[in-house]
Design a protein around this ligand. Structure first.
Ligand code: FES
Length: 247
């Protein structure tokens, strides 16, 4: 973990209110696992807390973040231009562990909304191991879909939208009976994680990445406790084996 001023390479909207921010700096060489996040400071001094943003892709000299514009901080981020420097703490958190994964395992990767973002780097890592992957990706509507072509390069993709404007109508639950995996990874809002946890309760290898508001991001403030108060999402997670946490 380190603080570094990362340089903005690109910053552009890729779907409705979803932006892709590519950053470069020495820190990228310490990013070696999907599911970790960066804790980013806004330039507006009135926005004191850093914003946790998951890492969507790790490449040779750059990393890519996908963020949804939800408030003042993320609105400020949309104004950042190539060459701007960004005060960044990271990489933080425990990401997805893949050591258990044997080549023959069928993997299902499930995400919803902005929770789809870290699953792209995860998908790249699982794909590089040669495993068969089915992605189940949920969005509010067709305008909110991002990275569809990128995910299709890595495996089969089932898209679900709340209003039925693309793919299956409904949340990701409508697609779960279409897959029979031996390992499952998921990231998204709490109802999605609860659904995955119960639907795949018979499987050992089910890993959930929790979304939580954070202050310090390094396990010091206890502001991101899990529901049972036994774990801190920022430092013990954000990725947990399904039986480790109450979601
Ligand atoms: Fe402070 Fe997690 S955000 S302990």
């Amino acid at each position: 973990m380190q603080i570094e001023w990362l340089e903005v390479v690109t910053n552009k909207e890729v779907a409705h209110n979803i932006f892709e921010l590519t950053l470069k700096g020495k820190m990228v060489s310490n990013m070696n696992r999907s599911g970790q996040f960066l804790h980013i400071k806004m330039k507006d001094p009135s926005l004191v807390l850093r914003r946790p943003i998951s890492i969507a892709s790790i490449d040779d000299e750059t990393c890519t973040l996908l963020y949804r514009v939800v408030g003042k901080g993320t609105l400020e981020m949309t104004e950042w231009q190539p060459g701007d420097l960004v005060d960044t703490l990271g990489p933080l958190g425990n990401g997805f562990h893949l050591d258990f994964l044997k080549r023959e395992e069928e993997v299902c990767i499930i995400g919803g909304g902005i929770g789809v973002a870290p699953l792209y780097e995860l998908g790249k890592e699982v794909h590089a191991r040669g495993n068969k992957i089915t992605f189940i990706l949920g969005f509010a509507n067709a305008d909110d879909i991002y990275y569809l072509e990128e995910f299709k390069q890595l495996g089969a993709v089932i898209v679900c939208t709340d209003d039925g404007s693309a793919g299956l109508k409904g949340h990701v639950g409508v697609a779960l009976d279409q897959v029979n995996p031996t390992a499952v990874f998921a990231c998204g809002p709490t109802p999605l994680l609860q659904l995955v946890q119960s639907h795949f309760s018979h499987l050992e290898h089910v890993y959930l990445s929790l979304e939580e508001r954070m202050a310090c991001g390094i396990g010091a403030c206890y502001g991101c406790d899990t529901k049972d108060k036994k774990k801190r999402v920022c430092s013990d997670g954000p990725v947990f084996q399904k039986d480790e946490v109450m979601v």
